[in-house]
Design a protein around this ligand. Sequence first.
Ligand SMILES: [Zn+2]
Length: 218
Amino acid sequence: MTTAIEHHPSDETVFSYAAGALPAALALVVGCHLQYCRRCRALATKGEELGGSLLAGLEAKPLSAGRRESVMAMLDRPVAATATPEVPAANPGQLPSLLRKLVGHDSYDALAWKSIVPGVKRIDLQCGEGEAMLLRIGAGKKMPVHSHGGQEMTLILSGGYRDLIGQFNAGDFADLDGSIAHQPVADADEDCICLAGLDGPLKFKGLIARVLQPFFGI
Ligand SMILES: [Zn+2]
């Protein structure tokens, strides 16, 4: 089974990942997306080439006109698969290999999910920098409305959800900054499992959500 990925990290995010400049929690989410997405893998490779080329230039002397042209040409070079490629769908029920190493299990059902609000379960991931977690939103259930103190990156691993931005399915990537308040609602037919990375705490809206916030522990 294949599915088209419609939502990708921004080019800036992929280049930051390639440069090793993202906090670990965010790098984990981007890295897992790259396991599914040929387009973003190609972009990350381009970012690494460009970074190496710029470093080589810095070590020598200011960029010559010819070198500057070649760097600009590299930036302009279209990514190999600019049209959204067909990629294998995230394997339902199976964790991406990067995550398997962190949690020590292959299957979502083998994990020790903790219920945080009715219909939503969570597992904290220890990645050393920022907050990373797996979220399991029950079929047809919704997350409390929330925004973010910093940046939130989310990768859909299984199932799908809809929010004010659109529909997100397995492999899709949501890149949100602190200005957006959203309330993902899982598809009605199956649980939605997401990997989320935060570099700032979630901020819940409304009285009920504020009462619930301590249960999220962030
Ligand atoms: Zn992508």
